[in-house]
Structures are given as C-alpha cells and as structure tokens.
Design a binder for this molecule. Structure first.
Ligand code: AMP
Length: 419
C-alpha cells in the first residue's frame, strides 16, 4: 500500500469540524477588525523566498521544497505566506487603491524540517498582514486580535512574548556589538552559528543548541541599542497592550527566524504543547515591500500554526461532531425506496438523515443508528405502510409517535429542526 509522504498528514473527517470551527472563528474575528481575505498560489519562483526570507535562514538554507519545472525554472512550494502576499500586493499595486490594507489568508505551507509532534512538512497557517500603517498601535492590535482569537477558542494557557529588533538605523550597531561579543566564542558555537556569526548574528540568539544558549547568556541586549524612534515605538506597543489588558512579557531572546523583521517581533506561546511551544509568531517588516520592488510601505503581520492550534483546541473542545438528526430504518424494498426519497429531500431541506441502503434486520439498523448517534429513528416496514404511517422513535426517552405518510418530509422537517 502506498503511504503518505513522511511529515505530511491527513486531516480526517473527525477532525475537520474542529478545523472549520477554528477557521470560522478566526475569519469572523478578522473581518470585524477590518481584514479581507486574499488567496495566493502555493508555488512561487524560488527567488521570491530567497530574497524575502533571507539566504542565511534555516528555511532558505535547508528547508524549502525547491525543484526545476519542466523548463528548468526553479520554483518552490511556499514555506510561508507573507512573501507571496507582498508579491501580490506589489504586483497588483493594491497600495494605489487605498492607504491601508488589512489582509488574511489560510492555507498549507511546506518546510522540509525534521518531523515530530507539532512539526510537519506540510502544515497550515492562518496569516494576517497590515500594509501601509507603521504605527505601533497596529502591532498592538495584531497581538490583541491573536489573544482574542485564542480566548474565543477557549485556549487559556498562553502568553504573549514581545521584543524589538530595531531598524536599519540602530540594528547595525547592535550587530557589531554582538559580533564583537561572539568573536571569542568560536570553540563553543555550533556549526550553523559559526556561519550565522558572520552574516546573521541575531540568529545566534535564538539557536536551540544548549551550548549556544549558554554562550549567549551574557550577550549584549538589543533593547539597549534601540534608537529613539524604535524605543518610542516599542514603548507605545507596550502601553497599548497594557491599556487593552493583554498580559505580555518582554523577551530579549526573541529574534524570529525570518530576516525581514524590523522593530516589533512577537510570539504567542502555550504550555499546552510541550516542546513546540510557539502557536503563533509575527512582527513588523517595514523594509520588505520595498525590497520586493514596491513603494516604501510599512507592514506588519503574524502567522498562526493552524495544526498546533487545532491540537490545543481539541483538548478543550470535543463536541463539534455533528451526528445525523435522524436514522430511517426501512424494511423491505418498497419501504427502502420511499425512505431513500425522504432522506434525499430532507438533505435538501438542511436535515441530515441516514439510512441503510441494503436489507438489514430492524435490530441491526437500530444498532447502526445508535452507533451514528442519531437521536431519532424513523421505523418504516410493511405494517406501517399498510397503516399509512411511519413510527418516529426518540432514542433517549424511547417514546414513539406515529406520523402520517402524507406530508411526512415536511412533518419531519418541523420536528427535527425545532429542537
Ligand atoms: P513562522 O512562519 O516560522 O513564524 O511560524 C509561525 C507559526 O507556524 C509557528 O508559531 C508554528 O505554530 C507554526 N509552524 C511553523 N513551522 C511549522 C511546522 N513545520 N509544522 C507545524 N507548524 C509550524
């Protein structure tokens, strides 16, 4: 038998109601905050990701699914959505339509990471981006929206971690300071960090290798290097969050994996998932629109790990399965034909009824109804047909009620939709 690809997974029918519930909750909330949906392709030219995410990142260095198409052009399965949304924003000149755009998208992403619980090679993200507004209030609003979403989904064990990564005016000083600090750490840093030390030293700060973590314990603090503008920006984000009653923690080790962040970076962590604690991450990326050929437009956004969120929500919410409203237990071909007609007409009217399409004993059909969780069974055999009625049985109270065949679909509709 052919199995699915390692690190990929199926979302089975018993899980999809939960996924839909999350999707609906997120989109309703985002729309109330003025976001509109955008859908972008899952493949792009490799250059788009190399240029936006950054050559020196784990994603671009070792995790992208990149291959030549039949003409030899390099294309990549998207590892994240921001780059594509920015590409689309620039390509369609959305910035010319109105000053601020708030966009969201939901879909699969692909990264060839080492699979483990909470980490997949095809995973899903819920993504929100704001273009055209450089205000710290937008950063605070994104974090507030995220925390509100988690609350609406009854996820409580969460904390917002925030940091500022500075801007092109102040980050070079910090980079130099950090590089000086790391200069004599050659013996202890992992191979990746030795490379990062030269090109992307900030990434050394969030390396997960214990020796690297120890090595940077006393590293200079980025917040000490912020210019006045970045400092004011970060202060306002914190004040706005406090005013909104959002608990947060300043986490100076939070640098995020992608190159394009400026100023605010944030992550929502949860204790519910063990090692893979980040359920969402994001921040400001004021230089990216320009870097991808657009005008100088500020931007900020976040991505929620849908798979991880679904795993958490599944622990607190397990009543989303929808059993059929009715099971029709028909006996004999003539009754089955009538039952088939009723089941189809009920479906059109918005009522899910199930039946057995093959001849089975009443006992076996009652068992099937029970297994499906149908609260009512309509029993219809030759005797009932002769009397011009069918018997509706309530599975909980065991009460039975005879319904005339005349207009039975409408009668059932009224009864089943009333509860
Ligand atoms: P990132 O795009 O790396 O900032 O990730 C944003 C969120 O996506 C993370 O906080 C995770 O919840 C989720 N995520 C990232 N990579 C994976 C993966 N390989 N499998 C499942 N979820 C992931």
């Amino acid at each position: 038998m052919i199995q699915l690809i390692r690190g990929f997974k199926d979302i089975l029918p018993e899980e999809t109601p939960l996924w839909r519930h999350i999707e609906r909750t997120a989109t309703a909330l985002f729309e109330d905050f003025g976001f509109r949906e955008i859908r972008v392709p899952i493949m792009e030219k490799t250059d788009l990701f190399a240029r936006s995410i950054g050559e020196e990142t784990d994603i671009v260095e070792k995790e992208m699914y990149t291959f030549p198409d039949r003409k030899g052009d390099l294309i990549t399965l998207r590892p994240e959505a921001t780059a594509s949304i920015v590409r689309s924003f620039v390509q369609h000149k959305l910035y010319a339509q109105k000053p601020v755009h708030k966009l969201y998208t939901i879909g699969p992403m692909f990264r060839r990471e080492r699979p483990q619980k909470g980490r997949y090679r095809q995973f899903y993200q819920i993504d929100a981006e704001i273009f055209g507004d450089g205000s710290p209030y937008e950063d605070a609003q994104l974090i507030f929206m995220l925390v509100t979403l988690l609350e609406r989904l009854s996820v409580t064990d969460t904390s917002a971690h925030i940091n500022s990564l500075g801007c092109p005016a102040c980050r070079p000083d910090f980079k130099a300071g950090l590089q000086a600090f790391l200069a004599d750490k050659g013996q202890v840093l992992c191979e990746d960090c030795l490379r990062r030390r030269e090109n992307n030293p900030l990434r050394v700060l969030d390396c997960k290798v214990p020796a690297c973590r120890d090595a940077v314990a006393d590293a200079p603090d980025l917040l000490d290097y912020l210019c006045d503008d970045c400092r004011n920006h970060f202060d306002t984000v914190q004040r706005a969050l406090a005013d909104l009653g959002v608990p947060f923690e300043v986490d100076k080790r939070l640098v995020r994996g992608l190159d394009y962040y400026t100023r605010t970076a944030f992550e929502i962590q949860t204790g519910a998932l063990g090692a893979q604690s980040a359920v969402a991450g994001g921040g400001r990326y004021d230089g990216l629109v320009r870097a991808l050929g657009g005008p100088d437009q500020p931007a900020s956004g976040f991505a929620i790990g849908f798979d991880r969120l679904a795993e958490i929500v599944a622990m607190v919410q397990n009543d989303l399965q929808r059993p059929p409203a009715l099971f029709v237990a028909a006996l004999g071909e003539a009754c089955r034909a009538a039952a088939f007609d009723w089941v189809c007409r009920l479906a059109v009217a918005g009522v899910n009824a199930e039946m057995s399409t093959t001849e089975r004993s009443l006992k076996s059909q009652m068992k099937q109804a029970h297994r499906l969780g149908a609260p009512r069974v309509l029993i219809f055999g030759d005797d009932e047909m002769a009397r011009g009625e069918a018997m509706l049985r309530d599975m909980a109270t065991k009460e039975q009620q005879a319904l005339p065949l005349e207009g039975i679909v409408e009668t059932l509709q009224t009864i089943l939709m009333a509860k």
